[in-house]
Design a binder for this molecule. Structure first.
Ligand code: BDR
Ligand code: CA
Length: 313
């Protein structure tokens, strides 16, 4: 693990979060220091339970799991059981975990970990609402200079919204936290819906996973089958966007993605567009560029990277 990139995955599993975590755990290029959970797709008790179940499935009970914020910084929680099912991980019947979460709160863990490592050596990978990261930056502004990079799934430009006509779910749930993150001055890479809506699963990929026939590939096939039913009905077409693994795939193989370095501001006020990521894609303002906003993905490369890694667990 000497040269492996140190990451903390902040997550609200979620089927696609689960695949992202499994991908990270399968990669020799990444050293997963810990998982921090946040309320999002389902309430915090379930996202935390799900994080433990995923580590158990991967045979990685050594990965510490920390529970974080159970609601957004200022508003009520919005969840997405209509997409992910009641448990958040509908589609696979995963065993109950045989290990528990750490006592420390996720926000304190993030702060302590960043302060305890050399500056610029720990990358944060948020896959859910940005509540924990926003809270950590609020509590300890000094960590902003210590974060190597924040690579997150959230937002949209051309694709606009999935939970409202204007907003993507992760940003919509906690726009105030997102605003703190985008204003923090850290290096930020964004995987918005513009990318993830091109990362569509296919029947052939799910069949391939089933033919590999390991507990992990069978679980991912089941989770993906469940996850697909909502998106196929919503968007038409053949598969579902496998959002969150884009974050981890980027860390392993960045050339799968392309985008632009732009200014991104978060709308926190408007009734109609709250949670919108206002990205200056066309460079029509002189606002400072604060994020690498991805726009495209090599879809085939992405799914073969996933298969290559998942089959090793
Ligand atoms: C994001 O919202 C959640 O439903 C997914 O896990 C993903 O992180 C997509 O908008
Ligand atoms: Ca997620």
């Amino acid at each position: 693990m000497g040269t492996a990139r140190k990451i903390i995955i902040d997550t609200d599993p979620g089927q696609d979060d689960a695949v992202a975590i499994l991908l990270a755990l399968a990669s020799n290029d990444l050293d997963v220091l810990g998982l921090t959970t946040v309320a999002g797709n389902v309430p915090l008790d379930l996202t935390t339970l799900n994080a433990l179940k995923i580590c158990e499935l991967a045979g990685r009970k050594d990965v510490p799991v920390f529970a974080g914020c159970d609601r957004p910084l200022r508003h009520d929680l919005v969840t997405a059981e209509h997409v992910h099912g009641k448990t958040g991980l509908d589609g696979a019947d995963l065993s109950d975990p045989s290990f528990s979460i750490q006592d420390q709160n996720a926000v304190d863990y993030i702060v302590e970990t960043l302060r305890g490592h050399d500056a610029g050596t720990v990358t944060l990978c948020p896959l859910g609402p940005l509540t924990n990261i926003g809270a950590a930056l609020q509590q300890a502004p000094d960590i902003a200079d210590r974060i190597a990079e924040i690579v997150l799934m959230g937002g949209a430009y051309f694709e606009v919204g999935n939970i409202t006509p204007a907003a993507e779910f992760n940003i919509f749930v906690d726009p105030e936290a997102a605003e703190i993150v985008f204003k923090a001055g850290c290096k930020i890479t964004v995987m918005p819906l513009d990318v993830t809506h091109k990362a569509l699963t296919s029947r052939a990929w799910i069949d391939e996973l089933r033919s590999i026939n390991t507990p992990v590939t069978n679980a991912v096939a089941g989770l993906t089958d469940f996850f697909e039913r909502f998106d196929v009905a919503k968007y038409g077409g053949t598969g579902a966007p496998l959002h969150d693994p884009c974050v981890i795939a980027y860390l392993i193989q960045p050339d799968l993605f392309s985008g632009r370095n732009v200014n991104v501001e978060i709308e926190t006020e408007s009734k109609l567009t709250r949670g919108m990521t206002v990205a200056d894609w066309w460079g029509v303002t002189d606002r400072p560029k604060n994020a690498m906003f991805m726009g495209d993905i090599d879809r085939n490369g992405y799914f073969s990277l996933l298969t290559q890694h998942l089959r090793t667990l």
